[in-house]
Design a protein around this ligand. Structure first.
Ligand SMILES: Cc1cc2nc3c(=O)[nH]c(=O)nc-3n(C[C@H](O)[C@H](O)[C@H](O)COP(=O)(O)OP(=O)(O)OC[C@H]3O[C@@H](n4cnc5c(N)ncnc54)[C@H](O)[C@@H]3O)c2cc1C
Length: 365
């Protein structure tokens, strides 16, 4: 069995560490912050995606569908709160109907739980505050307690004698001639150097920098581009008891400003897509409320500006902003070293896919 370092204790690093420990490996999980899940894993919509939007056969499609299945049984057996509240994708204009049909075709090709077409009348009955000409109902979409999920993964790791090192940042790495990697961790008390047979880089927004520590040609590693997504919370009762998404416009980097409902019934609009000025750019600009309102009023005409309150923001670790870019979950990358596995571009549906990524990576070690 191998001694493995997992860098980054977001939901993906935790899922990888748990899967490796379950296979009997000796696992050390290190995190630069003082607690797990402080970055993207606690700044997302907590939606269990059904796998509707990604090119069939892509890792995003495969790992989303598989990850959702794995999460269903994990949440049941480990007691993680989740709810199958369902999602409506709504066309507000007849011009959007071809794209709605394309989503349905793609969902079938991706092996997602089948979508149910909704007529205008069915939408009016099921979601009376939503205005649309037609829609698709996704019964396979739900919401999950991402913090509860991360806490259960951590508890399982520690129960299997895995080690969690908090407040430790990986700052250097080198190949050991006899095999494995010598890694330097920076903590408050100074530097520690340790040797590992294998390393998994699950460093999220910083995964490109971590990959470059070991890549023979650092320029070959693609940049991780942070793309900001903000949310506005809605005051008062939620206008729908399901997730409501517009048909995504082709030029958008995200899925379009949508309505999400959390497990307490709190409704939010978002996330939008904006370039991030830095990795600390997490403040929600109140002046964006009017733009959010305009997007959401297309399908929720009853919303008013005074209902919107700036909420949180998160940063997507994107590998491209002008085209589809798949997850990178591989050690056979052009820049890689055998035994060093880089996970890059783990944006949405990374939460949904986390357990499938864990299973895939643990099979590579
Ligand atoms: C706006 C938005 C909405 C989203 N909505 C959804 C959704 O509804 N459903 C869904 O499935 N997915 C969603 N996602 C995607 C999902 O949140 C991410 O894919 C997932 O959280 C990525 O987890 P991670 O562990 O890879 O990254 P992170 O949570 O970012 O964890 C990486 C960790 O690595 C640590 N780290 C970095 N460098 C080092 C180092 N050198 N040494 C030690 N530690 C280091 C960081 O501190 C961090 O804790 C959303 C994302 C965003 C931004």
């Amino acid at each position: 069995m191998a001694r493995v370092l997992v860098i980054g204790a977001g939901v993906v690093g935790l899922a990888v560490a748990d899967a490796l420990a379950t296979r009997g490996h000796d696992v050390v999980l290190c995190e630069r912050h003082a607690a797990v899940g402080q970055e993207t894993s606690s700044r997302n919509s907590e939606v269990l995606h059904a796998g509707l939007y990604y090119p069939p056969g892509s890792l995003k499609a495969l790992l989303c569908v598989e990850g959702r299945e794995r999460l269903v049984s994990f949440c049941r057996t480990e007691g993680v709160a989740h709810q199958w509240i369902g999602k409506a994708i709504v066309a507000t204009d007849t011009e959007e109907l071809p794209e709605l049909a394309a989503i349905q075709t793609r969902a079938v090709a991706c092996g997602a739980v089948p979508l149910q077409p909704m007529t205008r009348a069915e939408l009016a009955r099921r979601l009376p505050q939503v205005r649309a000409v037609a829609g698709l109902w996704s019964p396979g979409t739900g919401i999950v307690d991402s913090h509860g999920l991360m806490q259960r993964l951590l508890a399982r790791l520690l129960r299997q004698d895995g080690v969690l090192l908090l407040g430790r940042e990986v700052v250097e790495a080198e190949l050991v001639p006899s095999g494995g990697f010598r890694v330097t961790l920076q903590g408050a008390a100074g530097r520690e150097v340790d040797r590992f047979d294998a390393v998994v880089n699950a460093a999220g927004l910083l995964a490109d920098r971590v990959a470059r520590l070991m890549a023979p040609d650092p320029k070959a590693v693609p940049d991780v581009i942070p793309v900001k997504g903000s949310w506005f919370a809605l005051a008062g009762p939620t206008p729908a008891d399901a997730l409501v998404y517009p048909v995504p416009a082709p030029h958008l980097l995200g899925l379009g400003v949508h309505l999400t409902v959390d497990r307490t019934g709190r409704a939010r609009l978002g996330p939008d897509t904006q370039p991030a000025t830095s990795l600390e750019d997490l403040r929600v600009d109140p002046s964006r409320a009017a733009a959010f309102l305009a997007s959401a009023q297309r399908y929720l005409p009853g919303l008013r500006l005074q209902d919107l309150r700036p909420d949180t923001a998160g940063l997507r670790p994107k590998l491209a902003v002008d085209r589809f870019a798949d997850f990178v979950v591989d050690e056979r990358t052009s820049w890689g070293r055998p035994g060093w596995i880089d996970l890059l571009g783990i944006e949405s549906p990374g939460l949904t896919a986390s357990l499938a990524i864990g299973a895939r990576v643990s099979a590579m070690v």
